[in-house]
Design a protein around this ligand. Structure first.
Ligand code: ADP
Length: 483
């Protein structure tokens, strides 16, 4: 039997371990290798990842060799583009460099204009990549607004228009409200025509994400619930009618987590490894963590953690105010995150008000996040909306039970603990301080019944959050699209 090959170019603005800001980084660093691993005798998935060559990556990989240059011609301007190559668990990774990617700029800045230039350039340069590599693509797979223009522009490129069959276009939707607004000038400069889809509202026709969505053969929100939610005004961000017009092209696929990075049995960042059969290591991780942050070691007090971007979306304000509301109960808490300075200050104020109970770390620290997932008892995640969410998957993997709002991917992955003590976490419906506090109290009450709690931990730890099933769903999607 001859082996068929499917060539996939996977575009992302971040991918762990090269650069990670949030969940997209986890996904783009682990999904492509998981898809590659599903290659078998009948089909080979030749999936390759492209990333912008940010200054932070250059510092991490100073000796990377350049494989070539080409001039990118677009809208009457020419940008010299360089390609660097690396590998990630067996798959090729291409880093794309050019003047719009500034050495000292953050991955995502507050300067919309600079971000637009960078990601428009990156999206266009990626479309040149197959020709440069002399590698035909069957599937172009983009993620979020940063790479959505590649989907929009593909049909304008003669090289693809004339290729037979024309590559199929998929866009995975991790965060709808971030659409790339403010890119209009960059689009004009780069000579990109607006979208002309009559189902798109006029305002959306010059914004990268909706432009890409309008041209995509498939739109993949990162959970089934979120795929439904975006059809409603509460979550659709003004595109709900457009999404309804595309409903047959929308297919929710839940994200997985990388078992080689997130596994308490092998994690190199934690003091003591453990598994669902022996939780002693987890208690040692807790004591070590409390000691590290300077909180008193109280083994029978539940330790609540929050690890998150400091953003309205994540309900960090709800977390802080609900902890205040239950300040007289027995608990300790550690908050790790950075972002919105108002939320950072509010978290800091909580530590100042409750120094015996609370520690706050305003930074991005992957190693500390591992120690917190392992050492905590309860993971607080009161998101206002959550397309998928990875943190709750990681926390359950580490036997740290989530207290989370019942929305999007949280609703699809956490089983609410029922009155018989079955479940994997504590869900609540409304994004209010009261509801968050009530769910927290429920978890604290449950924690006090140690035997039941241990069985909940084990329940959570044995759930399968690996990529296996979801990567297979992407493979099936690729196959269906090209058949
Ligand atoms: P989002 O992508 O919306 O930020 P997710 O839950 O999908 O949220 O993924 C967040 C990822 O980023 C998780 O891996 C989480 O552990 C990590 N993370 C968030 N904030 C921090 C931080 N301050 N330090 C270390 N890791 C963080």
């Amino acid at each position: 039997m001859s082996q068929r090959q499917i060539n996939i170019l996977f575009l992302a603005s971040e991918a762990d371990p090269f650069v990670k800001i949030g969940g997209l980084g986890d996904v783009a660093g682990s999904l492509p290798p998981a898809i590659f691993d599903l290659s078998n005798d009948s089909v080979k998935y030749d999936i390759r990842l492209a990333l912008p060559f940010y200054g932070v990556i250059k510092k991490k990989l100073p000796n990377l060799s350049k494989i070539g240059d080409f001039p990118l011609h677009t809208g009457g301007i020419i940008i010299q583009t360089s390609i660097y190559e690396h590998t990630l668990n067996g798959i090729p990774v291409y880093f794309i460099d050019g003047t719009p990617i500034k050495e000292n700029d953050p991955v995502y800045g507050s300067n919309f204009v600079a971000d637009a230039e960078k990601f428009v350039f990156f999206s266009l340069a990626c479309l040149e990549l197959p020709r440069f590599l002399k590698w035909r693509i069957d599937i172009l797979h983009a993620n979020d607004w940063h790479t959505a223009l590649a989907i929009h522009q593909l049909s304008t490129q003669a090289v693809f228009r004339q290729s037979s069959p024309v590559p199929k276009k998929i866009i995975t939707l991790h965060n709808l409200p971030f659409m790339g607004a403010g890119s209009e000038d960059a689009l004009t400069r780069f000579g990109i025509e607006p979208a002309d889809d009559p189902h798109l509202p006029t305002w959306a026709r010059t914004i990268p994400l909706p432009m890409g969505l309008a041209s995509a053969d498939r739109i993949v929100p990162v959970s089934r619930s979120y795929a439904q939610e975006i059809l409603t005004p509460d979550f659709g961000c003004g595109l709900e009618s457009f999404f309804k017009s595309r409903s047959e092209k929308i297919m929710g696929i839940i994200n997985g987590i990388d078992g080689s990075v997130w596994d308490p049995a092998t994690d190199k960042f934690i003091k003591n490894n453990y598994n669902n059969e022996s939780l002693t290591g987890k208690s040692i991780c807790k004591a070590t963590l409390l000691n590290e942050v300077g909180l008193q070691n109280q083994p029978h007090t539940p330790l609540i953690v929050l690890i998150s971007r400091m953003d309205q979306q994540k309900g960090v304000d709800l977390a802080i105010n609900s902890l205040k509301m239950i300040e007289n109960q027995r608990w300790q808490a550690i908050i790790l995150g950075s972002g919105d300075s108002k939320l950072e200050n509010a978290a800091q104020d909580l530590e100042n008000a409750l120094p015996e109970k609370v520690r706050v770390k305003i930074l991005f620290d992957s190693a500390l996040s591992h120690r917190m997932y392992a050492g905590a008892d309860i993971f607080l995640m009161p998101s206002r909306y959550e397309p998928c969410g990875l943190s709750q998957l990681i926390s359950m993997r580490y036997g740290t039970l989530p207290v989370a709002r019942s929305t999007g991917g949280l609703k699809d992955t956490i089983i609410d603990v029922d009155k018989h003590g079955h479940g994997t976490g504590f869900l609540f419906a409304e994004a209010t301080v009261n509801e968050t506090a009530k769910a927290l109290k429920r978890s604290i009450e449950s924690y006090s019944q140690q035997e039941k709690w241990n069985s909940l931990i084990k329940n959570a730890m044995v759930q399968d959050f690996s990529w296996k099933k979801s990567a297979q769903e992407y493979c099936t999607l690729y196959q269906n699209l090209i058949e």
